[in-house]
Design a protein around this ligand. Structure first.
Ligand code: HEC
Ligand code: HEC
Ligand code: HEC
Ligand code: HEC
Ligand code: HEC
Length: 286
């Protein structure tokens, strides 16, 4: 007992050192080893294959131009600031949340790779960047507790969070009541406040979801329309998918032939078109 009391402060120091050492990666390889998603496919092939088709799977490489503008022009030239991890996270906290666990050095390197991939069309850099995205663990771990962090705390590494009560022999699972709520999606699909207080408005979709849809009595969640409906699952279809785009636009046209008499007979057609937005928010987003 006495020995234990004596050892306790050391144990705490030892633990916090290993945690802080293990929490930041210096290379993309190390980062993706810490948040390893290569095995998910073995046991959840449906979710994996669907996700791979989705924009979440290419959330950095499909946005290279915008990110290049921010890292090569916006931050250094317009605001005259150095690229730091805080600046990098202003984009990647949503586009590749795993970068939260990159070291300062790696985060700055990633910004350099983005500039290189876009301005020099460097295919090797682009291929490396394609490994960074909104992956399984971005949702099922890194961002899972954030909408109720006060209650649920920081996500625990290695735990898989899900809205359901399930037990897996393969990994620890923990049910959370955040992941089936719109707020979970809205943390990325909406206005963002960076750790230095700067606000980023990359997209504003969730604002119109709450202000124009929920406030008018709309009751479906993002997950209802984008995952559950038509078994969309992890495909997350949006503006790039014709099927869901059609669903979002109500279109009725009424065409009548008429003749006007203005001195003489003039044949005309009257076309009434009704366009209705049936999506749960403003479209298109931007
Ligand atoms: C060796 C097999 C195996 C591996 C590897 C694995 N899982 Fe699972 N997982 C399971 C099993 C079994 C369950 C229990 C429920 C079920 O059968 O879907 C489960 C449950 C889950 C659930 C909850 C399902 C629900 O119905 O709510 C999620 C989410 C999940 N896993 C995600 C992942 C992710 C992400 C990875 C990769 C980091 C992963 N799993 C790796 C086998 C595996
Ligand atoms: C709050 C989270 C968030 C932040 C922060 C964020 N984005 Fe986005 N970004 C998104 C989401 C979500 C979309 C998809 C929007 C949609 O399709 O409605 C998106 C879309 C984009 C697109 C369009 C991609 C395409 O496929 O057409 C670009 C480019 C982009 N972001 C660049 C940036 C840049 C540059 C930054 C940093 C200055 C940034 N984003 C910061 C969440 C974010
Ligand atoms: C953008 C966030 C997001 C990403 C990325 C994501 N998931 Fe999910 N996943 C969810 C949500 C939300 C649910 C619960 C959906 C619901 O309420 O029906 C879910 C449910 C699941 C389930 C339970 C069964 C099901 O299909 O509903 C499994 C298993 C799962 N995910 C595995 C994965 C794996 C494996 C990956 C990576 C290939 C992944 N998820 C990527 C958000 C995500
Ligand atoms: C970690 C941040 C994050 C979370 C959480 C997240 N998304 Fe996304 N989502 C993104 C980003 C970033 C993009 C844009 C990728 C790109 O094109 O560059 C995107 C793209 C999409 C798209 C495709 C848009 C298009 O233009 O085709 C849909 C649909 C979507 N998300 C729905 C959802 C739903 C529904 C949820 C909640 C279950 C969710 N997302 C949760 C970050 C996130
Ligand atoms: C009532 C059903 C419904 C709800 C609720 C809903 N959506 Fe949508 N969403 C749609 C439809 C339909 C479209 C396709 C319309 C289009 O892009 O023209 C769409 C499009 C999108 C797009 C692509 C936008 C673009 O400009 O390309 C994103 C991203 C998205 N939704 C995310 C979300 C998120 C996040 C939530 C919750 C905050 C949400 N949606 C709630 C039906 C819904």
């Amino acid at each position: 007992m006495k020995i234990l009391k004596w050892m306790l402060p050391f144990l705490v120091i030892f633990l916090s050192v290993t945690v802080s050492m293990a929490e930041e990666a210096d290379t993309i390889d190390d980062l993706l080893r810490m948040y390893d998603e290569t095995t998910c496919r073995d046991c959840h092939p449906d979710q994996y294959n669907q996700w791979q088709e989705s924009f979440h799977a290419r959330a950095v490489v499909s946005s290279l131009k915008g990110m290049n503008n921010f890292f090569a022009i916006g931050v250094p030239k317009e605001w005259e600031r150095k690229i730091t991890k805080v600046e990098v996270l202003k984009c990647l906290d949503c586009h590749a949340p795993v970068v939260n666990y990159a070291s300062e050095k790696l985060a700055v390197e990633i910004a350099g790779m983005i500039i290189n991939a876009w301005t020099n069309k460097d295919e090797k850099a682009k291929k490396e960047l394609s490994r960074l995205n909104v992956g399984c663990l971005a949702c099922h771990n890194i961002k899972a507790t954030a909408p109720a962090r006060g209650l649920l705390g920081e996500p625990e590494r290695g735990t898989i969070y899900t809205p359901n009560m399930v037990i897996s022999p393969a990994h620890k699972t923990e049910p959370v009541n955040t992941m089936n709520k719109s707020l979970f999606c809205a943390q990325c699909h909406g206005r963002y406040v960076s750790s230095d207080g700067e606000q980023i408005m990359c997209n504003t979709l969730s604002g119109s979801y709450y202000n124009a849809y929920v406030s008018q009595g709309g009751s479906e969640t993002c997950q209802d329309c984008h995952m559950k409906k038509n078994n969309r699952g992890h495909l997350f279809p949006g503006g790039h998918d014709l099927e869901i785009v059609k669903e979002g636009i109500g279109f009725t046209a009424e065409i009548r032939g008429v003749r006007h008499t203005v001195g003489k007979w003039i044949p005309r057609a009257i076309v009434n078109v009704d366009l209705e937005n049936r999506a749960g928010h403003r479209i298109p987003d931007g």
